[in-house]
Design a protein around this ligand. Structure first.
Ligand code: DOR
Length: 426
C-alpha cells in the first residue's frame, strides 16, 4: 500500500529538519522525503493532504500505566494503546505497578504477548526495581531485560531504602539500563492527599509538602553521583526539584528528568471543590512551581514531557477525596497542553517535539525513528490551531479522570501512522 503525504510542514528533531516536504510511504516504510516537493513512483497512492498541519515523528511516552494485568477495570492494553495512538504516540513504556507486579520475566513476556495481539501502539515494559515493589530485594533485572524490559522503576512507590537504591543503580549501570525514580519520602508525605499549604489547611485536607519530593530527588542524585549509574527522575513537580536537578547537571552528574502536562498547566487550585480528578501524586503545586517547571523545560533541565497516564475507574474517583486514588488520564491531552507552551513562547515547536520523541528515546536507548528514508513510518500529523471543547468522557482510555474536562483546548491529532496502520481521527 502506498501513502503520499502532501503539503507537509515537517518538524523532525531526529534529523533537525523543519520545513516543507512531500513524503511517500510504501508498505509501512518511508520511501522518500522530498524537500523540493518532487516525488517519483507515487502512482496509485492514497493521499493525505496535510496543508495547515505539522508532520512530526510519532511520540514516545516513557511513563504510562496500562494497568494490565490485574486492573483491567481501569485500563487494558487494548484501550490504553488506542488512547496512546489518539494522543499521537507510537510507543508507550508501561509502569510495573500491575497485579502481579511486573518484577519477573514471565509477567514481562505476558505484557508483550498481549500487546502484540491487541495493542495499537508499541508497548515497551518498565520492570520493577524490587520484588513486589516492596523495596526489600532487587528484582531479576537482567532476566527481565532479556525478556524485553527497557528500564526499571518502582513507580507509584519510592525505593525507601538508600542501600537498595544504591545497589539498584550499581546493578543497572552494569546492565547499561536506567533507573527511574519515583521521588517521595513517605515519612514526609505521610499520607498527604494534596500539596501542603494554605489551601490544604482551608480545605481541611492533609498536605504533602514539596520537601517530600525534594529530599528524595537529592538523595537519588547523590547516589547517582556515587555509583555513576543512569538515573531518571519521574514526574518532577516542584521548584526545589528543578533547582536540585539543575545543579546536578551543572556538576556533570548523569541525571535526566521528566515532568507531566498537569505540572505546567494547572496549580493546586484545581482540587478546590474536592475535585478528585485533580488528585495526583506528586500533587499539583503552587504557581511559582509551575513557573519553575516551565523554566526547567525551557533551559533543558527537564528533558522529557511524559504523561504519567494513570487511568482509574469512575467508582474509584467518585469516592471522597481522601479515599480516591491518585492519577490523571493523560495520553489524550498531552499534545494541546504541550502546544500551549509553544503558544506561550516557553518552547519552540522543535523543542516541544524533541521532548516527546528524541529525548525519551535517547534516555531509554530505544529505537524510535525520525522522518527519514528507509525507516518504519512512525508519524503524527496534527492541527496546531484547531480549537475544541475537550470532553473527558469521549476519551478512548477507560479512565475518564481528567481535570481538563470541559476546557477549550487548541491543537489536535489528525492522523497517527504506525507502519502499515493508518489512523485518521475525527
Ligand atoms: O498519581 C499517580 N498515579 N502517581 C503515581 O505515581 C502512580 C499513579 C498510579 O499508578 O495511579
Amino acid at each position: 500500500m502506498k501513502l503520499l503525504i502532501t503539503n507537509a510542514q515537517v518538524i523532525d528533531p531526529f534529523g533537525g529538519y523543519e520545513g516543507a516536504a512531500t513524503i511517500l510511504i510504501e508498505d509501512g516504510t518511508i520511501k522518500s522525503v522530498a524537500k523540493n516537493g518532487k516525488i517519483k513512483n507515487h502512482a496509485g497512492a492514497r493521499v493525505i493532504d496535510a496543508a495547515g498541519m505539522y508532520v512530526a515523528p510519532a511520540f514516545t511516552d516513557m511513563h504510562t500505566h496500562l494497568r494490565e494485568p490485574g486492573f483491567e477495570h481501569k485500563e487494558t492494553i487494548r484501550t490504553g494503546t488506542l488512547a496512546a495512538l489518539k494522543g499521537g504516540f507510537a510507543t508507550v513504556c508501561c509502569m510495573p505497578n500491575t497485579n502481579p507486579v511486573n518484577d519477573n520475566p514471565g509477567t514481562t513476556e505476558y505484557i508483550l504477548k498481549k500487546a502484540a495481539g491487541e495493542g495499537s501502539a508499541r508497548v515497551l515494559p518498565i520492570g520493577a526495581i524490587t520484588k513486589g515493589q516492596r523495596g526489600e530485594e532487587l528484582a531479576e533485572m537482567e532476566m527481565m531485560l532479556k525478556a524485553g524490559c527497557i528500564a526499571f522503576s518502582d513507580d507509584g512507590r519510592p525505593v525507601e531504602s538508600p542501600i537498595i537504591m544504591r545497589r539498584a543503580l550499581e546493578y543497572a549501570k552494569g546492565l547499561g539500563t536506567t533507573i527511574i525514580s519515583h521521588a517521595e519520602d513517605l515519612q514526609l508525605s505521610s499520607g498527604g492527599v494534596m500539596n501542603e499549604g494554605l489551601l490544604s489547611m482551608t480545605l481541611g485536607l492533609k498536605g504533602s509538602p514539596s520537601i517530600a519530593e525534594e529530599v528524595m530527588v537529592f538523595r537519588d542524585i547523590a547516589l547517582c553521583g556515587l555509583t555513576g549509574g543512569k538515573l531518571h527522575i519521574a514526574h518532577v513537580s516542584t521548584k526545589g526539584s528543578v533547582d536540585i536537578i539543575r545543579r546536578a547537571k551543572e556538576q556533570g552528574i548523569h541525571v535526566t528528568a521528566e515532568t507531566c502536562p498537569h505540572y505546567f498547566s494547572i496549580t493546586e487550585e484545581a482540587v478546590t471543590g474536592y475535585n478528585t480528578n485533580a488528585k495526583v501524586n506528586p500533587p499539583l503545586r503552587r504557581p511559582e512551581d509551575v513557573e519553575a517547571i516551565k523554566d526547567g523545560l525551557r533551559d533543558g533541565v527537564i528533558d522529557v514531557i511524559a504523561t504519567d497516564h494513570a487511568p482509574h475507574g469512575k467508582e474509584e474517583k467518585t469516592r471522597e477525596f481522601d479515599a480516591a486514588p491518585s492519577g490523571i488520564s493523560g495520553l489524550e491531552t498531552v499534545l494541546p497542553l504541550g502546544l500551549a507552551l509553544v503558544q506561550g513562547k516557553t518552547l519552540s515547536m522543535m523543542e516541544l517535539i524533541r521532548k516527546l520523541t528524541v529525548n525519551p528515546a535517547g534516555i531509554l536507548g530505544i529505537e524510535a525513528g525520525g522522518i527519514s528514508e528507509g525507516r518504519e513510518a512512525h508519524i503524527c500529523i496534527f492541527h496546531p490551531e484547531k480549537e475544541y471543547e475537550f470532553r473527558a468522557g469521549e476519551m478512548f482510555s477507560k479512565g475518564k479522570n481528567s481535570p481538563f474536562d470541559g476546557w477549550k483546548l487548541k491543537g489536535k491529532t489528525a492522523w497517527t501512522i504506525l507502519g502499515e496502520k493508518v489512523h485518521e481521527w475525527a
